[in-house]
Ligand binder design. Structure first.
Ligand code: ADP
Ligand code: ASP
Ligand code: MG
Length: 411
């Protein structure tokens, strides 16, 4: 029997009515003759509330306890949806991550899925259950403790189940009806993309387009999972609904720039006047990596007097960890002071067409200059250009770029 994976995000299960709405969509797939694995997120706002409670208790909280607390939101939704399905006469049960088990690394708050043995779910389906409702975002580490997969991690749970159970499809139900050229909530002219390559989606996700968690796209690309994003509020769930993430050859877009992403929760940290000597970068970024800080952009200024400023960006909530790591390495690094700016944002443009077209970055810089937006840090790769700007100009920058690159019109 064929299997499908359906994932419902927070707004799609925000209250009992929406859970009932999700249950109807599950019912349709059961009626289509599938065994259904449903991955659920916590009800909208729940995870933020739980994270807030952890932060209130401590700036430098215990990461294993964070996971124990923050994973609980998904358990509630899984139970409620299974209960609702049973009320509708559909044979279903809820599963917490450890019961499956979803085996992960021990990296609390950002664990990676290492395996999902299918035996327990296979047995459940064989015994007559039609639906397995699984709490997303959570797993079990090597020491038997609960882990979580990073914010937005239920997307990754869904793709990992689709790969492990050889599902014919992985459908991500959310509050928008597909993937757009940029976040439709900040640019009203954003255009829905019918098909997008794994590679472009991977860049957009890693650069902040939170519609899919980065790791979920990585897994979909590796295991060739047909991944679809569609609305849980619309009736159409037929094959043409939503946006398909697929191989590059199967997409038709010919625009050089395909999408714009932004990430607001960035911070910029500068170590002022460090010795410009071989090994200095390793001496800075080694301890940051050990402290679990995800360093993104890096700039080292050229120095004349044997000293240099080193600037890096990282997620704003990791700043306390970064500062602590730098403070502990201060004797070795011998910097004058640290300057932190927690009011910055990153804006990025993505498109596979950039491989063969020069001038995208130059045009981007000119548009931002015309808007009076100062660029603080720049990074580029084969298919993307990113800039760090003052957070108050972020939306302006995204809109101006979307307009100037004419993303509202199809290729
Ligand atoms: P869920 O709770 O269903 O996981 P998320 O809030 O994580 O939903 O992701 C959906 C949101 O992603 C949308 O509401 C939208 O604001 C945002 N988003 C950002 N970039 C894009 C994009 N390029 N296309 C569609 N949605 C986007
Ligand atoms: N509930 C988690 C979060 O808000 C996981 C998810 O929704 O994907 O990040
Ligand atoms: Mg999400």
């Amino acid at each position: 029997m064929s299997r499908v994976v359906m994932k419902f995000g927070g707004t799609s299960v925000a209250d009992l009515d929406r859970i009932a709405n999700a249950a109807k969509k599950v019912e349709q797939e059961v009626a289509n003759g599938h065994e259904v694995v449903v991955i659920v997120s916590a009800m909208s706002g729940k995870t933020n509330e739980l994270v807030g409670w952890v932060r209130e208790t401590s700036d430098m909280h215990d990461r294993a306890e964070y996971d124990a607390i923050v994973s609980s939101g998904e358990n509630i939704t899984a139970g409620l949806l299974a209960q609702r399905l049973k009320e509708m006469g559909i044979s279903a049960r809820s599963w917490q991550g450890w019961q499956v088990p979803v085996q992960t690394t021990g990296a609390h708050e950002a664990a990676r899925i290492e395996g999902i043995p299918s035996d327990n779910l296979d047995a459940s389906f064989a015994s007559g259950h039609k639906v397995a409702v699984v709490a997303g975002f959570q797993g079990i580490g090597p020491d038997g403790r609960i882990t979580t997969l990073g914010r937005g991690g239920s997307d990754t749970t869904a793709v990992a189940f689709a790969a492990a159970l050889d599902a014919v499809r992985c459908d991500i139900y959310t509050d928008v009806d597909g993937i757009y050229t940029t976040d439709p909530r900040i640019v009203s002219t954003a255009r829905k993309i019918r098909k997008i390559s794994y590679e472009e989606m991977l860049e957009l996700a890693s650069l902040g387009a939170k519609v899919l968690q980065t790791r979920s796209v990585e897994l979909a690309m590796r295991y060739k999972v047909p991944l679809r994003v569609l609305s849980s509020f619309e009736d159409d769930i037929s094959e043409t609904a939503g946006t398909l993430v697929c191989d590059e050859e199967d997409t038709m877009e010919s625009k050089v720039v395909h999408g714009i992403a932004y990430s607001k929760d960035e911070a910029k940290v500068t170590l002022v006047s460090v010795a410009d000597r071989p090994g200095i970068a390793a001496a800075i970024f080694g301890p940051l990596a050990d402290a679990g800080v995800n360093v993104d952009m890096i700039v080292q200024n050229i120095s004349e007097d044997g000293r240099t400023d080193m600037t890096f960006s990282c997620p704003v909530d990791q700043v306390p960890h970064a500062l602590k790591a730098m403070d502990e390495a201060k004797m070795d690094l011998n910097f004058e002071k640290i300057v932190t700016d927690t009011e910055v944002a990153k804006v990025s443009m993505v498109g596979v067409g950039m491989r063969s077209h020069a001038g995208v970055a130059a045009k981007m810089f000119k548009i931002l200059a015309n808007e009076g937006v100062n660029i603080q840090v720049i990074t580029t790769s084969e298919i993307k250009v990113s800039v760090l700007v003052d957070r108050k100009y972020m939306e302006l920058a995204v809109r101006a770029l979307h307009d100037a690159f004419e993303l509202e019109t199809a290729a």
